[in-house]
Write a protein that binds this ligand. Structure first.
Ligand code: AVJ
Length: 318
């Protein structure tokens, strides 16, 4: 970073804290501490998505494996610890190239090394990048087929407009012969949903508050973590869980030299986690140039996996 040039984190913090509803993109949760806290969330009894999706993917991978041609490439968006990737790679050994993309440099390097060690016949080409920004395609030229993989219902973090933009960009990146496997959390019992984001041990609260600690560490901030409280609420109109950090008193925090005032009860909106229905997710995919080739749903806490194909590729076959 050149002197005097704000990092994307700094620029987004200053812009987000200046809005009438203060907000910060959830991708900034995932520094080293935040990535570890997210892994810990996945082990809480209340946070069902990881366990439910993992069980579902065992079945999905077995169904998909026969259709994965030799030399195929697997491109994973927001790969994190790459744990779910193993379910795909174990079932479909014909993948030759694995391209994990993640914004967390530390988590990416560690996960890529573990996958490379466990799958000696696989070329692992990690990309440390923010996949919500445009990516170049160079790495994928030469792979006969490409499968995109976006598990974890991370797509739920996007607003509908952002999700549409992401799916359109992924379409361009993955190419005309691609398929795209996406894990999507579904609307369900509201008590189950609320509990998943309000675990009794307070791990989700620590994860949420860590973004204040990150601003303190990286942007010379002076947030007092004990003066903010974790809030996770269901927004029925927009079908999403919202996470906020609520200021427990009137206070001013300084970040990167800029003071920001918080009224008592005012919140910093840190995350949306949209919950879909099969119909609402299908409509979103179609709006971005994809069609649903197949989908699977778990019967316990409803969670879905969608296999998408470019809509144009199907038209060409007709
Ligand atoms: C990784 C984005 C899918 O929204 O459920 C977990 C992150 N936030 N608990 C989600 C998260 C609070 C998670 N995603």
């Amino acid at each position: 970073m050149l002197d005097g040039e704000a990092s994307p984190f700094e620029a987004d913090v200053l812009e987000g804290l200046s809005r009438p509803q203060k907000a910060l993109a959830p991708k900034y949760f995932y520094d080293e501490a935040g990535s570890a806290l997210f892994e810990a969330i996945c082990r809480t009894p209340e946070y069902y998505p990881t366990r439910v999706e993992t069980a579902l993917l065992v079945k999905v991978a077995a169904d998909l494996a026969p259709d994965i041609g030799s030399g195929a490439a697997l491109v994973e968006f927001g790969s994190g610890a790459s744990e779910k990737t193993r379910l795909i790679l174990d079932a479909a050994p014909s993948f030759r190239l694995y391209v994990p993309i993640d914004i967390s440099v530390e988590a990416l390097a560690a996960a890529a090394a573990r996958i490379a060690a466990a799958y000696p016949n696989l070329r692992v080409a990690p990309i440390a990048a923010d996949f919500t920004r445009p990516l170049r395609q160079a790495i994928l030229t030469g792979a006969p087929t490409v499968m995109g993989f976006f598990p974890g219902s991370t797509i739920g973090n996007f607003t509908p407009a952002e999700a549409q933009r992401f799916l359109t960009a992924a379409h361009a990146l993955l190419g005309p012969c691609a398929s795209f496997l996406i894990g999507v959390d579904l609307v369900k019992d509201l008590d189950v949903l609320r509990a998943a984001y309000n675990d009794a041990a307070g791990v989700t609260a620590a994860f949420n508050l860590n973004v204040l600690a990150r601003m303190n560490r990286e942007l010379c901030g002076d947030f007092r973590l004990d003066r903010f409280a974790h809030r996770a609420i269901w927004n029925p109109g927009l079908s999403r869980i919202e996470m906020h950090l609520e200021s427990l008193e009137a206070q001013t925090a300084t970040v990167a030299g800029h003071p920001f005032h918080f009224r008592r009860g005012e919140t910093l909106h840190t995350e949306n986690s949209h919950k879909f229905t099969a119909a609402s997710f299908t409509a979103l995919a179609v709006s971005a140039g994809w069609r649903v080739k197949a989908h699977w749903t778990s019967d316990v806490q409803p969670f879905a996996a969608f296999l998408l194909q470019p809509a144009a590729a199907v038209d060409a076959q007709r």
